[in-house]
Each structure stands twice: as C-alpha cells, then as structure tokens.
Write a protein that binds this ligand. Structure first.
Ligand SMILES: Cc1cc2nc3c(=O)[nH]c(=O)nc-3n(C[C@H](O)[C@H](O)[C@H](O)COP(=O)(O)O)c2cc1C
Length: 386
C-alpha cells in the first residue's frame, strides 16, 4: 500500500521516491540485454580477419528507424554480397501507409553499412531495387544488392565516430540554451543529396512547436493510429528484452505503474482516462522544449528518393551528435493518412515546401541530457540465410 501511494504521487506529477528497498529494485530494471548489440558492434575490430559483412551489418542495425521496427533482413547467401530485404511483418499501416518512413529507415541502414565498410577499406557498391521499385508498398523483392569491394582509395568518414553516441533523445531540452543558426550550417552540409533547412528564431520556433503539437494530438486522439503505437509498447525490462523493438517504456517508474495496473493498454486508448491525460502531458514537454527545428526534403518521392533521404537523415543526425546537440523527429504532420491531411498541408506551408518537393523528415533540436541506447534485435535474428 505504501508503494502504491508513492506511485500515485508520481503519477500526479510529484517526485520519484526511492525509499526502503525500491532503490535496489530500480537499478536492476535496466534492459541491458536489449542494448547488447551496441556493445557487440563496439567490441568489433575493423582490422580483424573474418567476414567483414558482419562488421558492416553490426553497425547498420544501429540505424534509426520508425518506431524502432528494425525492418531489415540481410541475405548473405552470395559471398562478398549482401542482399537487403524489407521484413514485410514489420509494417506501420496506420501511420506509414505507403512504407515511406520504413524506407527512410532502410536508407539509414544502407548509409551506416557503407560507412562501416569504409572503415575496413571496402567500398560498398549499392544497387537499389534491382528488380524494380515496389509501389505502392514494399514487398519481398530486394531493396538493395550491396557488393563490398576492396578499394585502397575509399575514404573513411569522420561522422562514423558518432555512431555509438547517436540516439533519439525524447527528454526535455534545456530551454535556457538557444540553438544558434550558425551551429546548424555545417550540419545541413552533411547531406549529400537532400535539402536540409532549419528554424531557430523565437517566433518561428513557437509556431512550429504549436503546429507539430497539434499534429501529435491528432495522432494520439485517432484511435487506430494511437492503437498502432500502444500495440508496439514494451513496458519494462522483461517485455523489452523479450521484444527489443517498438516503443520501449524503460525504468522503475514505468514498471512500477505497470505493476500497479496503471499502464493498462485499453485505458491508454481512452482520452477520458488518467493514463491518457498523463501521457499527453508527458509528451507535450517534448514540444514545449524544442529549441530549434531541422527538416529534410527530396526533389521527388520515389523509393530511391526515400532511401537517399534516409542516408542523409542519419548523416544529419550524426552531425547533430558531433555538435553536442540532441534531436527527436516529430513525424506526425508528415504522415499520409486522412485525419492528418490538414496539418500535413499546414506544415508544408509553414516550412515553405514547394509543390514538387517531398518533406521527408522534421525534427526538434536542443541541448538535452545524456540517454541510453535504444534496444536492438541481435544481428543473428536479422540474417535470413547465412
Ligand atoms: C523515418 C523516421 C521517423 C521517426 N519518427 C519519430 C517520431 O515521430 N518520434 C520519435 O520520437 N522518434 C521518431 N523516430 C526515431 C525512432 O523512433 C528511433 O530511431 C528508434 O526508436 C531507434 O532509436 P535510436 O534512434 O535512438 O537508435 C523516427 C525515425 C525515423 C527513421
């Protein structure tokens, strides 16, 4: 009963009390097993003998990707080659009805793979969609054939040094520390083909905070889009380690609330429930502490454009990390479903996106606290036929 009262206090906006025994329990709740792929990749030696595809893939699986679905499958049946496939069981049909964002995630994967190969003196020759671009949805046909070719002229990429420090940061950012526009110019230059633009002025940031929050409210209040997120929630160490993907709610607070039955998934879908209201409040902080925005556009919206957007997105995120800044995408207003159509148009207007361009990524920026790596499935589970 005592701990129940304590957790009720927390839910009401109070502080975390780690009294009598809770402290030890709390520190044991980290899903360390789900973070292991980060340690495994870090421990690999670029110069070691062995299959360098494993070195490249161990880094590629650390790529950012929507809802941490990790939609990649690597076929290694041809020596020296990787055939990248989309895992058709990992779609997001409500919020990503055309697999656009999942394709961006695959682009991030390709870029990290290419950078890791360069570390070992290999050039990755990437042939996208060798059997044609799948439309309107991705399918079983390959996303890419990737050949790794020894090349003494291949240049290592300085951004590779940030791979293990890059994390999507959903914490509150420091509202006393503005983001200088000058900091963002070299970040925009990290992109190879996409156009990256930014907003840091007080008025523009305020307007974009408001607009992106309105879009988030639509996603949260639309039953089917909210349900897609709720279904992908992994609450606490045991659930996260059993399924190291999706939306992880880590830590003793989430687990405590869950133990008390306060993280009821049905209640999370009910805008009249306490857990829904508290969840909204917690998410609003992310919008209220956005100190700047970056966005990335491509000239068209083919599958190749989406892959290119992903390749540039992860480069941008690595450059943001190098600059000591934190980043979190706000993808809601970019999503192609009926209820979002109004905000989709408003966002394009606010960002001055021309008619023939596609807005692929929109992120908030700021200075935030350090955070732990997100879960990943071990590489062995992402290899189709070795
Ligand atoms: C196309 C795309 C869209 C994303 N949209 C969001 C978003 O709207 N909100 C968010 O918090 N994170 C978003 N993310 C970040 C992913 O959730 C994140 O990359 C994933 O959980 C893995 O975590 P990591 O980036 O820390 O490794 C997005 C990532 C990608 C590639």
């Amino acid at each position: 009963m005592t701990s129940r009262r304590k957790f009720m206090t927390i839910l009401g906006g109070g502080v975390i009390l780690a009294a009598g025994g809770i402290g030890g329990w709390a520190t044991s709740r980290d899903p360390a097993g789900a973070r292991k792929p980060w340690e495994t990749a870090k421990a690999l030696d670029a110069g070691a003998s062995g299959d360098l595809r494993i070195f490249a893939l161990s880094h590629a699986i650390l790529a950012p990707n929507p809802h941490n679905r990790q939609p990649w499958l690597a076929d290694l049946s041809t020596p020296g080659e990787i055939t990248l496939h989309f895992d058709t069981t990992r779609r997001l049909p409500e919020t990503d009805p055309y697999d656009r964002q999942l394709t961006i995630g695959l682009g991030c994967f390709v870029e990290l793979l290419t950078m890791a190969a360069a570390e070992t003196g290999y050039r990755a020759e990437v042939r996208l969609f060798p059997e044609g671009e799948p439309q309107p949805l991705l399918n079983e046909r390959p996303v890419a054939h990737i050949r790794l070719i020894a090349d003494s002229t291949v240049e290592r990429d300085p951004l590779f040094a940030q791979v293990f420090a890059r994390h999507t940061n959903r914490e509150a950012y420091d509202t006393a520390r503005p983001v200088a526009a000058a900091t963002l110019d070299p970040i925009a230059a990290a992109a190879r083909t996409a156009r990256i633009d930014h907003a840091t002025g007080t008025e523009e940031v305020a307007a974009l905070r408001a607009l992106s929050w309105e879009a988030m409210e639509i996603e949260l209040r639309t039953y089917r889009t909210m349900k897609e997120s709720v279904d992908l929630m992994r609450i606490g160490k045991a659930e996260i380690e059993a399924n190291p993907d999706g939306i992880s709610l880590v830590g003793p607070l989430n687990e405590g609330l869950d133990l008390l039955g306060l993280m009821d998934r049905q209640a999370m879908l009910d805008p009249g429930s306490m857990v829904f209201t508290e969840g909204m409040k917690a998410q609003k902080v992310q919008f209220d502490t956005a100190m700047g925005f970056l966005w990335l556009t491509t000239p068209a919206n083919s599958r190749a454009d989406q892959i290119a957007a992903g390749r540039d997105y992860v480069r941008m995120h690595l450059a943001v990390t190098e600059a000591g800044l934190a980043l979190q995408p706000f993808s809601q207003a970019l999503q192609e479903y009926e209820e979002m159509a109004g905000k989709y148009a408003d966002m394009r207007t606010a960002l001055r996106i021309s008619d023939n361009e596609t807005l692929q990524m929109f992120v908030r920026l700021g200075y935030g606290p350090g955070i732990r790596p997100a879960p990943r499935w071990p590489l062995t589970t992402r290899i189709r036929s070795a």
